[in-house]
Write a protein that binds this ligand. Structure first.
Ligand SMILES: Nc1ncnc2c1ncn2[C@@H]1O[C@H](COP(=O)(O)OP(=O)(O)OP(=O)(O)O)[C@@H](O)[C@H]1O
Ligand SMILES: Nc1ncnc2c1ncn2[C@@H]1O[C@H](COP(=O)(O)OP(=O)(O)OP(=O)(O)O)[C@@H](O)[C@H]1O
Ligand SMILES: [Mg+2]
Ligand SMILES: [Mg+2]
Lengths: 256, 256
């Protein structure tokens, strides 16, 4: 049955979406069947994979607001065979308050992952929004593992302890199997001492992937073509870094 | 009386905090009295200006959770004379749901800005979190003008229409004087065609500052020293860009 992995960090712009899309593709390259789920009202993951103009009912909005709707009704194929997506829609912003008011609202997404659905995939990757709202709560209740992208910039460390506490809280109160798979250093610029310093402090907070995702214009440009960096520039360092990450995810941190 | 300006964009990591801090300092350099207010639970603005370890009651948390508390009780001076701050605290994340439940909760911050307080300053700058929650709602109800930092990257345009609609909604339903002061292109890298393309589309969405804030390692490093880029490297291009922005804010877009 599929491994369900969340990509969470309430700090904005750290590479949650970029990592979910590129890693999703890298796992497909390795022959895995992958479903990515866009749980952010900004719908960046959907657009970055070339999916736009979905109606709310046929997106994650339909799943969270009408629990009888099956995930299989909203799953669509991306341009990449083997990579499916549950798209998002701007209206997801309205769903947050509804979920707060609903008893057990935090398990709505988890309940949509039936055993039958999970048997169709090897990996389900969940992209979270930059906050601690009900959508992130739903993501952390549905996942078994969490990857925390941490931009190697100054502000990125500040909220890290709060995030890790929040994961512990969800584990204790709602989802006992949840664990931190690893912290992933992103937006790394080897010319900047600050990046080295931030990356060096990460092991204090938890397990850290040996793979570091560097800042690269290819990674920023690829989504504007509806592509991952692996498609836009397959031989680029950025593509290789995401392939290395996929290997670490599959076999365990530090297999190199 | 002070101009109250919000820095808002639900997209994460676009430079809301960086712009609030650097512009705050640039306005002080021009002889203005400035109060910056950190309305984000991440408390990046507070840390970036060298303010840490405040207790919740002496932060924005105290203001929003105990409406009888006066802003003057929580305002502290930064290391820069003329630049004061209302700091934030991680516990601000708990306040969001309390404000939702409270009748008129969206005006809590606005009510804290008494005429007496506003007469003490020339500018009050409000740093928003990356979402459409109650804190951003409070910020948009307290402000008269909104600056929208827009990273010149692909995903940054996607949520822009939704944000501008949200501002119109707040204007119509709660704060008739609210207006968009301008869109500010940030994280601009002149070597990347994508940045030029994104910047070129901004005028379709509203008024755009002629000043463009470029990606610069000095801007990223300065907060790790508790400084703005104007203090860390006063002659840098990044410092000059923020000075130009201050001039445009004071005299109007495109005064050059
Ligand atoms: N490795 C990288 N190299 C260059 N640019 C990158 C890289 N990773 C992310 N970016 C760019 O930085 C911006 C933020 O990345 P992304 O949207 O993936 O972060 P996020 O954490 O999902 O943001 P949000 O908090 O808004 O959901 C995007 O414009 C993206 O193109
Ligand atoms: N002009 C710039 N040049 C270089 N780095 C920058 C620039 N502006 C912002 N950054 C870096 O990018 C990151 C995001 O910036 P910042 O925290 O100001 O964005 P934000 O919109 O406030 O983020 P959030 O959505 O999490 O509140 C920070 O690490 C900051 O140092
Ligand atoms: Mg994202
Ligand atoms: Mg910020």
């Amino acid at each position: 049955s599929a491994r369900v992995i969340a990509f969470s960090n309430q700090k904005g712009g750290v590479g949650k979406t970029t990592t979910t899309a590129n890693l999703g593709y890298a796992l497909v390259e390795r022959g895995k069947r992958v479903l990515v789920v866009d749980c952010d009202a900004q719908a960046n993951l959907s657009l970055g994979l070339g999916v736009a103009d979905v109606v709310p009912a046929r997106s994650i909005v339909g799943i969270l607001s009408t629990p009888t709707r099956k995930l299989s009704e909203v799953i669509i194929s991306t341009q990449t065979p083997g990579l499916d997506i549950v798209p998002s829609h701007l209206e997801l912003a309205e769903v947050d308050q509804m979920l707060t008011a609903k008893f057990g609202g935090h398990n709505t997404l988890r309940n949509a992952f039936t055993p039958e659905l999970l048997s169709h995939y090897d990996y389900v990757l969940l992209d979270s929004p930059p906050n601690f709202g009900q959508l992130t709560f739903n993501v952390l209740c549905a996942a078994s593992e969490v990857v925390v992208p941490v931009a190697t910039h100054f502000y990125a460390l500040q909220g890290l302890a709060a995030l890790l506490n929040r994961v512990e809280e969800v584990k204790r109160e709602a989802n006992p199997k949840l664990r931190i798979l690893g912290l992933l250093a992103t937006r790394y610029d080897s010319r900047m001492l600050l990046c080295k310093e931030v990356a060096a402090t990460l092991p204090r907070h938890g397990p850290v992937f040996e793979t570091i995702i560097h800042e690269a214009s290819t990674a920023a440009v690829a989504p504007s073509w509806g592509q991952t960096v692996l498609q836009a520039d397959s031989k680029s360092q950025s593509a290789e870094q995401h392939r290395r990450l996929a290997a670490e995810i599959e076999y365990g941190i530090g297999i190199f």
